[in-house]
Write a protein that binds this ligand. Structure first.
Ligand SMILES: *Cc1c(COP(=O)(O)O)cnc(C)c1O
Length: 367
């Protein structure tokens, strides 16, 4: 196959183009009716009271910390195995990120990882649904209730995932989603917070809009984190596709699972029982480093894309300068990072491509 196979590929077609055309023609391209409609659709889909759309999935996390009045002297517990923005936002508000490790089998944090980091300065803890696999929310919600510490979720990768029969988005105090181009559904750039807490929702809307409460009456130090109607109109079309996209990804994952399960050298993603539908943002196989190297070489030869996505945040140069951590400080995170490989999974991938990728893996591991 000469054709390049990317790791992710959004579905965008005439429907999105037409929606954008209509918004542009209407003359109202900044935040307006389309954003409200986009938010309403998310509330209905997830079954949550409030959805607040923003310009990306980093602004949403930043706004959440602002809304919770977190600042200098406060600590926020966060897994180190995450995308940089989960941690950057803690620095944006002047608070201190307190890193925790992850379960190497799921890439996610377990309750114990968070628990052991709680101090008298802890003002919030954050979990991340890595690769689109939800954490065990009930446990973290109980911890939040017992301790009174707010629990927020970086669900950037898990829109549409189902936890114990319910869509992700109303388990924690608040969830942050991203609609960046490589996510399951996309507006190019975009984000959203969902919550059942009405006071928090109101405050987030004020923060999103320059701290404005009533026209030109600024009661908070806000941001300009508004989403535009142009992007919301794309999001509305994308929302119509979500279940089709995720169901197709589940099927591809099943293909991969059954092909790789037999192979000793490869570990397939572990999906705990409480996850009724992963959102398969990425499909990651784990293996020894030398096999990973060979596999990557074979993928390159065969024009198949792959990712060894982000290193844990504690070994990112900026954070090493700040805190001087090394790899061994969070051994599970470093182990996960050193052994996994994300392979292509996207809804419009046909069976021929899936089989081609499976063969590329088998070629390396079967001899
Ligand atoms: C994509 C992503 C984000 C941030 O999203 P942007 O919309 O790019 O700002 C945050 N956290 C995680 C885990 C992500 O995967």
């Amino acid at each position: 196959m000469k054709e390049f196979i990317p790791v992710a590929s959004p579905i965008i077609d005439e429907n999105e183009a037409r929606a954008v055309y209509d918004v542009v023609k209407s003359g109202w391209i900044s935040m307006g009716k389309k954003v409200i409609e986009f938010e309403k659709l998310a509330c209905d889909y997830i079954g949550v009271k409030h959805a607040i759309a923003m310009n990306n999935g980093t602004s949403t996390l930043h706004s959440l910390l602002l809304a919770l009045d977190i600042g200098p002297g406060d600590e926020v517990i966060v897994p180190t195995l995450t995308y940089i923005s989960s941690v950057n936002v803690i620095l944006y508000v002047g608070a201190t990120p307190v890193f925790c490790d992850n379960n190497p089998n799921t890439f996610n944090v377990d309750l114990e990882h968070i628990k052991e980091k709680i101090s008298k300065n802890t003002k919030a803890f954050m979990t991340v649904d890595m690769k689109g696999q939800p954490v065990d929310y009930d446990k973290f919600c109980s911890l939040s209730q017992e301790t009174g510490i707010p629990f927020i979720s970086d669900s950037a990768e898990s829109y549409g995932a189902v936890y114990k029969g319910n869509k992700i988005g109303d388990q924690a105090l608040a969830h942050s989603f991203s609609f960046f181009a490589n996510k399951n559904i996309t507006t190019g750039e975009g984000g959203m917070v969902t919550t059942n807490d009405s006071k928090l929702a109101t405050k987030l809307r004020i923060i999103r809009n320059q701290g404005q409460e009533g026209r030109y009456n600024h009661t908070l130090l806000g941001q300009n984190y508004r989403m535009t109607d142009v992007l919301a109109s794309i999001g509305i079309e994308q929302f119509k596709r979500i279940d089709n996209i995720l169901d197709r990804k589940v099927l591809i994952a099943k293909n991969y699972d059954s092909a790789f399960d037999q192979i000793d050298q490869i570990t397939v993603p572990f999906v705990p029982n409480y996850i009724h539908r992963p959102s398969w943002y990425l499909y990651s196989i784990s293996m020894d480093n030398d096999i990973r190297y060979k596999l990557i070489e074979n993928f390159k030869k065969k024009n198949i894309d792959y990712r060894i996505s982000f290193p844990p945040v504690h070994i990112q140069p900026y954070y090493v300068n700040l805190y001087n951590y090394n790899e061994n400080d969070f051994p599970n995170a470093f182990f996960s990072y050193s052994t996994f490989l994300d392979i292509p999974i996207w809804a419009e991938m046909n069976q021929k491509k899936v089989d081609y990728i499976i063969n590329a893996v088998l070629e390396i591991t079967s001899n």
